[in-house]
Design a protein around this ligand. Structure first.
Ligand SMILES: *Cc1c(COP(=O)(O)O)cnc(C)c1O
Length: 398
């Protein structure tokens, strides 16, 4: 019989009761180090005092009023995001897929309103992940996710990642813009070359297209900048954010330049829950922490510490790992043996991780983890890797 909770996930048999910082405890008292952050989302870790206090305080006052009224918490949050980024205006919603949908609607609408209604197609990349709604499945373009869900939503084309010639060849009279993740998360922690991002910007300028970035996973401090594209020194036209934006409270956002944002006028787009006082209180608390002097530099420093340690483990275990990839605190171990086995070995050592494409184990710890947490995690990774040595299995089989 089907479980009451619809079985759309192959869940690990672990149920966490509470957490503190980068650590989680099961009800039976087992402790795990969380290098998964609930898929790159619990950016401030678990039980962060400032975040939990902000949520509790706002919940007591008022949680939800709808966007029929002013929401001061949303106005403040939008002003802060505008001050900290390229954007002139922000729309709040509830998830990454919803933010991406809104971003694509914005791109199409901007083309329509500037006399180019035939330009509705968006150029996406192989290995992308943009979410599970019907249009974002088409933007993702992966057969495994599309299978059995009927005709694909029209308007998305795909080219190889980090390949400018392919991009330029694929631009046609119907192209409205380009949608790219500065770091592909689900696709296997594949980073866009900074020069590639700059070239996408100049290509969009050359052809009069819009550059949209999906920063749902790599944004909100993950790479050591508030948004990953800042490393390339470019200004996109529009980006999406979600996952870490409210530290685990569900929220998404579209950040846009005025020349794109202005075409989503009253009544043209909406959301019931999006940007409600509770979600915005959570996101404001996250920003309090992330924008405090030195926080993002610490992410960069800790990312380097983790990177150096993982690089050493990769050298020690060439039968298990091929390479480290990523930036800041979004890193991946490309495995030689099946990544699922490596993940299971890590879990047996007490370390939580997330799988990603291309046989990669994704390591996306809370941004607040300590140096001691990194050392503990690397020790678990080292012991877990040793369990996975194929030569060990051969010895055991004899
Ligand atoms: C997770 C993710 C999404 C989808 O976000 P949801 O909140 O699950 O809808 C979209 N894009 C990227 C890059 C993601 O990592």
């Amino acid at each position: 019989m089907i479980p009451a909770l619809m079985p759309t996930y192959n869940r690990a048999d672990l149920a966490f009761e509470r957490g503190e910082g980068a650590w989680l405890w099961t009800a039976d008292g087992r402790r795990f180090l969380d290098f998964g952050s609930g898929i790159s989302t619990s950016s401030l870790g678990h039980g962060h005092p400032h975040l939990t206090a902000a949520i509790a305080e706002q919940a007591r006052k008022v949680m939800h009023v709808s966007n029929l009224y002013r929401v001061p918490q949303a106005e403040t949050l939008a002003q802060r995001l505008v001050a900290a980024t390229f954007a002139d205006s922000v729309f709040f919603c509830n998830s990454g897929a919803e933010a991406n949908e809104g971003m694509v609607k914005m791109m199409r609408r901007a083309m329509h309103e500037t006399g180019r209604p035939e330009r509705y197609r968006v150029l996406c990349f192989e290995g992308a992940f943009h979410g599970r709604t019907l249009a974002m499945l088409a933007a993702t373009g992966k057969e495994k996710y599309l299978h059995g869900f009927g005709p694909q939503v029209d308007g998305f084309d795909h080219v190889p990642f980090n390949n400018l010639n392919a991009v330029r060849d694929a631009i046609g009279p119907q192209t409205a813009g380009i949608l790219v993740e500065p770091v592909q998360g689900e696709g296997g922690i594949r980073t866009a070359h900074l020069q590639f991002l700059r070239d996408l910007r100049s290509t969009c300028d050359e052809f009069g297209l819009l550059l949209g970035l999906d920063e749902v996973q790599c944004g909100m401090g993950r790479t050591g900048k508030l948004f990953a594209h800042q490393w390339a020194g470019i200004e996109p036209d529009v980006i999406s954010a979600a996952k870490g934006i409210a530290g685990g409270f569900p929220m998404g956002a579209i950040l846009a330049k005025e020349h794109v944002a202005k075409y989503l006028t009253a009544g043209s787009h909406g959301t019931t829950f999006g940007g409600n006082p509770l979600a915005c209180a959570a996101a404001n608390a996250v920003l309090d922490v992330m924008l405090a002097p030195g926080f993002l530099d610490e992410v960069t420093r800790k990312g380097q510490v983790l990177w150096d340690a993982l690089s050493a483990v990769v050298r020690e275990e060439p039968e298990v790992f091929e390479e480290v990839r990523g930036a800041g605190l979004i890193q991946g171990l490309k495995c030689v043996v099946p990544a699922g086995e490596v993940q299971a070995a890590f879990m047996a050592e007490g370390l939580l991780s997330v799988s990603a494409g291309e046989n990669v184990v994704r390591l996306v710890p809370p941004l607040v983890l300590t140096d001691a947490d990194i050392a503990a995690g690397v020790a678990m990774i080292r012991r877990g890797a040793a369990r996975c040595r194929p030569s060990l299995a051969k010895v055991a089989a004899k």
